[in-house]
Ligand binder design. Structure first.
Ligand code: SAH
Ligand code: MG
Length: 201
């Protein structure tokens, strides 16, 4: 499926590199698409479209998959719109322009992919947990944040970066200590967490 679009996909990747758009790493996206097929996911909500790369790859990998994806940066949203049209995927990828925390959806999804602001994952998870199917999953990208999460905090010179790393650690603890969710952490790409509801009873 992707083979045929190889050149067009490469163009998006080159654009991302040139414009510093942090799209998913190859092994991360490979994990995501394999997961979607394995768990027969049919509806995905993505927080953080950027320029549409991950949405497009997910859609190309699973012919029946529908995706709703949210982006707050207008320039990126517009670029994503252009890219989705190029691939003729407007009927399967719905782009929403806005801050995800202000977007309220009624639909239920069997996968909610958190790839927006890295310090906001608790907020994203709590905002959208009502949109998760009973047997659904949250997948969170950038759990290692370029290796910084495992570094000694004193080694991180920038105050902003230190703050962000603290928030990611807090999110990891939140997942680990949850009574509602159980989470597996994978050392793939930039670190990926897979979260689902614990079985009750
Ligand atoms: N999923 C993309 C990469 C996303 S990069 C891919 O792999 O191709 C993260 C994106 O999330 C950025 O473009 C940023 O603007 C967006 N973002 C961050 N916080 C957000 C929020 N609260 N609501 C919507 N988009 C957000
Ligand atoms: Mg990411």
């Amino acid at each position: 499926m992707i083979g045929k679009f190889h050149t067009m996909v490469k163009e998006i990747k080159d654009y991302a590199l040139k414009e510093n758009v942090p799209i998913m790493l190859d092994d991360g996206i490979e994990f995501l698409t394999t997961f979607i097929l394995k768990h027969q996911i049919t509806k995905v909500l993505e927080i953080g479209t950027a320029i549409g790369y991950s949405s497009i790859i997910m859609a190309l990998s699973s012919p029946n998959l529908k995706i709703v994806t949210i982006e707050r940066d207008e320039a990126r949203y517009l670029e994503a719109l252009k890219n989705v049209k190029k691939f003729d995927l407007e009927n399967r990828i719905t782009l929403i322009f806005g801050d995800a925390l202000n977007v309220n959806l009624d639909d239920k999804f069997d996968l909610i992919f958190l790839d927006g602001a890295k310090g906001k994952n608790i907020d994203f998870l709590e905002h959208f947990e009502g949109n998760l199917e009973k047997e659904g999953f949250f997948i969170t990208d950038n759990i290692n944040f370029h290796g910084y999460v495992k570094k000694d905090e004193r080694e991180i010179k920038s105050r902003n970066l230190r703050g962000l790393v603290k928030k990611i650690k807090k999110y990891i603890e939140y997942l680990k200590n949850s009574n509602v969710y159980s989470t597996k952490f994978y050392e793939i790409g930039d670190g990926i967490a897979v979260t689902n509801k614990k079985e009750v009873g």
